[in-house]
Design a protein around this ligand. Sequence first.
Ligand SMILES: [Zn+2]
Length: 105
Amino acid sequence: MTFENRRIVGIEDIKALSVECNNCKVRLTYSPDEAVKIPPNCPNQSCNVEWHTLDMYAGNETKRPVLLKLMASIMEIRHRLLNSDAEKPQQQVGFRLLLEFDETN
Ligand SMILES: [Zn+2]
């Protein structure tokens, strides 16, 4: 008999959001409950590669990069899950989003 161990977590279980530069691999880590402001360029001065050209919270919503939309959505979902006065996301759609990962040892 074979067993596979998997870890299943909800959006509310996220402890941090990190972004990693494609070029130099420097990372910035944010609280998932803060309004994340991703700098337009890599903060590593010896790299400084462009990360994005749009303001995360302004401009044309349809042109905003999907990764920035995802980060903003995670913050909004967590706010609703953790705020007792807010309508919970699973009350809006009738399900809870769970993320599944392989268990690592
Ligand atoms: Zn970089």
